[in-house]
Design a protein around this ligand. Structure first.
Ligand code: PMP
Length: 370
């Protein structure tokens, strides 16, 4: 049986042709000297312009180009967090945030949200959780692994709570912002109540299928961007210019390069929704953005496999699916949601269809303990 990987966070698409053409040309022209720490003016300008189109007042000085969104987050954590500070994260959330905190000061505090309430972050719960040690509220919009997209109203309700805490930054990781299915995406930057303490991190890995280019950015106040630029200058100097040129080309051509990918994802999302609906006792939220389903498989735990093995966790189930069905999914535990699995639908439709039929068969064969 050929292995099918639904565990990866990267889509199967090729990077956009304009990005490849431009970056290659730059390399061939020998444009490999040092650039500036904050990034190429043309890319910073293109990013600022993209938010300006949505009515956000922004200058290129408020944009820092980083080697990936993850690194942008690391600069923020390193710059803003002191020993006793708290980073508040609505969960389920991407496990990378905890990994970054393993190398940062302060601690991560989970704000649990549930599928039963559509992963809504209740402003009253948020207010309750905030205190004088709260330094960053980190939102992911659209969410990984849930695919939950915040509405403008929800963001404004959140901001009306956070604005009562002058020490608090609100960081919105919007790396899946162009990968949305239902309704318009609102960046937190475009919301009423967004102050200079609101920061966005973003990148080209997801929307533009440019994962290994390692290119991202952060948008914040000029003062915060200066601080993070200092960190970048002292550590990695800056991001390769030829890649920034490629990224700028992708961004400029987004109306051409994004729709074909989104069309496949839209189709794959429907296909996955239909297949999962046919599996008894599998509960799931229909993602509004990003490219994952995050079904609740707790009905099936614990259970016994056809060969008599007992599975008692989502990690055990994932291990079993890998060994018996050559199907790779990710357990929900590192996302703060035991009893769930994350499955990407950003793979070839044919493979996805096969993966879903393997999953259905595998779960059907399990004998669930009463
Ligand atoms: N944020 C989220 C929510 C992600 O899912 C990922 C990748 N899995 C990243 C950031 C990392 O992005 P990059 O590749 O730009 O570092």
């Amino acid at each position: 049986m050929k292995e099918i990987n639904l565990a990866s966070g990267a889509s199967y698409f090729r990077s956009p042709a304009p990005a490849i053409t431009v970056a290659t040309k730059e390399l061939e022209a020998g444009a490999t000297g040092h650039g500036s720490a904050e990034g190429l003016p043309e890319l910073r300008e293109a990013i600022a312009q993209r938010y300006k189109n949505d009515g956000v007042e922004l200058t290129p000085e408020q944009v820092l180009i980083t080697p990936g969104c993850k690194q942008a987050l690391f600069y923020l954590f390193s710059t803003l967090l002191q020993d006793d500070d708290e980073l508040l994260v609505p969960t389920p959330a991407w496990f990378g945030f905890q990994q970054l905190m393993d190398y940062s000061k302060g601690k991560l505090v989970q704000l649990p949200t549930t599928a039963a309430s559509n992963y809504t972050l209740d402003p009253a719960d948020l207010r309750e959780a905030l205190n004088e040690r709260s330094r960053i509220l980190l939102l992911t919009n659209p969410g990984n692994p849930t695919g939950r997209m915040y509405t403008r109203q929800e963001l404004e309700d959140i901001l009306s709570v956070t604005n009562d805490f002058p020490n608090l930054y609100v960081v919105s990781d919007e790396i899946y912002d162009f990968v949305t299915y239902d309704g318009a995406f609102s960046s937190i930057l475009s919301c009423q109540g967004a102050t200079e303490k609101v920061v966005v991190t973003n990148g080209f890995s997801k929307s533009f299928a440019m994962t290994d280019w390692r290119i991202g950015y952060l948008v914040g106040s000029p003062e915060l961007v200066r601080k993070c630029t200092g960190f970048q200058a002292a550590t990695i100097a800056g991001v390769s210019k030829f890649m920034q040129k490629g990224a700028a080309a992708a961004l400029q051509e987004r109306d051409q390069v994004l729709p074909p990918m989104l069309e496949v994802l839209q189709q794959n999302r429907s296909l996955t929704e239909a297949a999962l609906s046919q599996i008894p006792h599998l509960l799931f939220f229909l993602p509004q953005g990003a490219y994952y389903f995050f079904p609740d498989i707790s009905y099936y735990l614990p259970c016994t496999t056809p060969t008599g093995a007992i599975l008692s966790s989502s990690a055990g189930l994932c291990q079993y699916l890998k060994e018996a069905y050559a199907l790779e999914l990710l357990p929900g535990d590192p996302f703060g949601a035991p009893g769930h699995v994350r499955m990407s639908f950003a793979i070839e439709t044919e493979q996805l269809t096969e993966a879903l039929s393997r999953l259905k068969k595998a779960l059907h064969e399990l004998v669930v303990s009463e």
